[in-house]
Design a protein around this ligand. Structure first.
Ligand code: NZQ
Ligand code: ZN
Length: 388
């Protein structure tokens, strides 16, 4: 049974190998000074930077550069971005990069005209913005987070050893996002597969909850099947445009709020993964991969029917004369097999976590109550130990 919900998505998308030209339609809607947000330089190597700069100049924009947004953007970088925006009185924030750049742009957006410290206000007290918001646009270069069509912004505070996300409302979501699958082809394989697992896990987080018949779960199954099929093609041949385009589109739909409508959601793999990230600064998708199997094996008995359905509907495992317990186990074995084929990290040790960090990571893990089992802190600790 579907619960009560509203649904609107405020982001306009331009998809395809010729989609960047639509910046020409969007840019005139915003003011003259554009803060161009990007990361460590990949867009300079693959030529996207030059293409974007040309369009900005053609549209008469004054460009203020804000580069060096790191994977897992930090609160210190956020404060720097806010300073740049204030000093230059920017009218628009254009993020060109992966989820980190897009998340960071949203965090800058809500902080420029706000007197409070952004970390305390948005990531500790979880307040909503009550100041003027600087509009954000995104040119996406990596498929994974869904940040291009959602209000999520995840910021890391190394001093406090915390990595926390805030999901902002529609005013903060990108006004538009340009999705050109060709841009993702220069990604190193490790980043590509980390992004693919991030997509898959976003779907799992919204799938493994509830016992009811719910249209969102059928949508989730279709998305998962598409991600599995196209990931195997892309790993063999990263230049396969069909596979890369399907992966990019699936990423957007995996986390643009559609498949969470009318149902509860889990998100504990992300809470565990983020806490691991706070201690190791490891790649987001890899932190999820490294804790997933111990977590799912632990909660499986509490959601046995859904795990059995996962086996038959997503992995095509025959249910003939099998118990739900057998099926559920086979489904997770199929998941593990696929993860190994992609070359994902399957333990947190590989990501730099050590046994002496377990207490701290446990403490940094936010416990949510939407999944099949509300964990105790002790259970979090056991799952983390199992992930070492
Ligand atoms: O910095 P550059 O040089 O651009 O290099 C990046 C970075 O090193 C590189 N890259 C991106 N596109 C490339 C490329 N290299 C070559 N060619 C390209 N086309 O890839 C590296 C990773 O980029 P990043 O943006 O960090 O990756 P991702 O998109 O996975 O974003 C991760 C961040 O998003 C947050 C994560 O926690 C993490 O901080 N998330 C945001 C969410 C949201 N907004 O809803 C949800 C997610 O669960 C996630 O938590
Ligand atoms: Zn994620």
């Amino acid at each position: 049974m579907l619960g009560n919900f509203s649904y609107k998505n405020a982001t306009k998308l331009y998809f395809g190998d010729d989609s960047l030209k639509f910046l020409n339609d969007e840019l005139p809607k915003y003011g003259k000074t554009v803060q161009l947000i990007y990361g460590g330089g990949s867009i300079k190597k693959n030529g996207i930077y030059d293409e974007v700069i040309k369009i900005l100049k053609d549209n008469g924009k004054t460009v203020v550069e804000d580069s060096g947004v790191m994977p897992n953007p930090t609160v210190d970088k956020l404060r720097e971005g806010v300073k740049i925006a204030r000093e230059n009185k920017v009218d628009f924030l254009l993020a060109v990069g992966g989820g980190s750049c897009c998340d960071y742009a949203k965090a800058v957006s809500v902080s420029v005209h706000c007197d409070d410290d952004p970390w305390e206000k948005y990531f500790i007290r979880f307040e909503e913005p009550d100041c003027k918001i600087v509009p954000v646009g995104c040119v996406l270069t990596m498929a994974g987070t869904g940040s291009e069509m959602n209000g999520g912004s995840v910021i890391t505070n190394h001093e406090a050893k915390l990595k926390i996300g805030h999901v902002f409302g529609e005013d903060v979501m990108p006004k538009f996002s340009v999705l050109n699958p060709k841009y993702t082809m220069s990604l190193p394989k490790r980043q590509m597969v980390a992004g693919i697992y991030d997509i898959f896990n976003h779907i799992c987080e919204q799938y493994f909850s509830g016992e009811d018949d719910n249209v969102s779960d059928y949508l989730a199954e279709a998305l998962m099947k598409s991600v599995i099929r196209n990931s195997l093609v892309a790993v063999e041949n990263p230049e396969d445009y069909e596979a890369r385009s399907n992966i990019m589109w699936a990423a957007t739909w995996a986390l643009n709020t559609l498949i969470s409508r009318g149902k509860s959601t889990d998100w504990m793999v992300h809470m565990l993964g983020q806490a691991v990230g706070a201690y190791t600064d490891a790649t987001h998708g890899m932190t999820l991969a490294a804790v997933s199997l111990p977590y799912y094996r632990y909660i499986m008995p509490y959601g046995i029917n859904k795990f059995a359905r996962f086996a038959t509907e997503v992995w095509g495992i025959s249910g003939d004369s099998k118990t739900n317990e057998q099926l559920a186990g086979e489904g997770l074995a199929a998941l593990e097999d696929w993860m190994k084929k992609l070359g994902l990290s399957l333990n947190i040790t590989e990501l730099g976590a050590t046994p002496d960090m377990i207490d701290g990571i446990t403490e940094a893990t936010i416990i949510l109550d939407g999944g099949y089992k509300v964990l105790t802190a002790n259970e979090v600790k056991e799952i983390l130990k199992e992930s070492l």
